[in-house]
Design a protein around this ligand. Sequence first.
Ligand SMILES: [Zn+2]
Ligand SMILES: [Zn+2]
Length: 128
Amino acid sequence: MISRDSAARYADLADRTLAAALSEEDRAEARGLDPFERRTCHTHRRWLHHCIASPVHVVVVTGHRWCRDCACPAAVVVDELAGDVRMYCPSCGRMPDGPANRQVLRACRASLASARCFRLRGPASPAA
Ligand SMILES: [Zn+2]
Ligand SMILES: [Zn+2]
């Protein structure tokens, strides 16, 4: 019943790879997966690299997307063509290095890689 509810939550998503990854990671998170290791975003129902720019993804306490030196949110730049993700602080211009921000970059790169797989394969055919 729990997994049915989870799948229903994403039933309207056109990207079925995303929908499957979302419900898979919802279940993994319920079993103890670190939410910051997710490739998908439960809040926005998107691949993480598509919504990481949202202020929701700035977590001051843990230092995710946060420059502690300047006490301001860090910006994330996603290069979908190159498959790369970078972060910088708009105030000091540096990458605010630390375990939390490295985790953000790692999760965004994993998200980007998963979404690229989907694009290369294309959506599942209606017959499948
Ligand atoms: Zn999000
Ligand atoms: Zn800074």
